[in-house]
Write a new protein. Sequence first.
Length: 97
Amino acid sequence: MATPTHVMAPALASSISDRAFRVLHVLALHMDSGWVPIPPIAEMLGMTSHQIRLPLAELRAAGMVEHDRRYETGDTGRKTWHTYVRLADDNATEDAA
């Protein structure tokens, strides 16, 4: 995983929103390089899963974050879609900047 300074430099040079920057900050400083489900990220930011959808879309469009949707069994025992995100690798982040 890239150091936070490498992750933040393209973000500071882009025109992403404050919320998108906060989401990126949480991913860079508090998460490992693996796939992370959306709810813990939203909880760390004091938001709901729906409130971080637009900031995540901004980050995906800027090439800073990758997402993966998986059809898994949820807490209720029924299958549902779960979305996971992670920081894009260094090459993709540099290309987007």
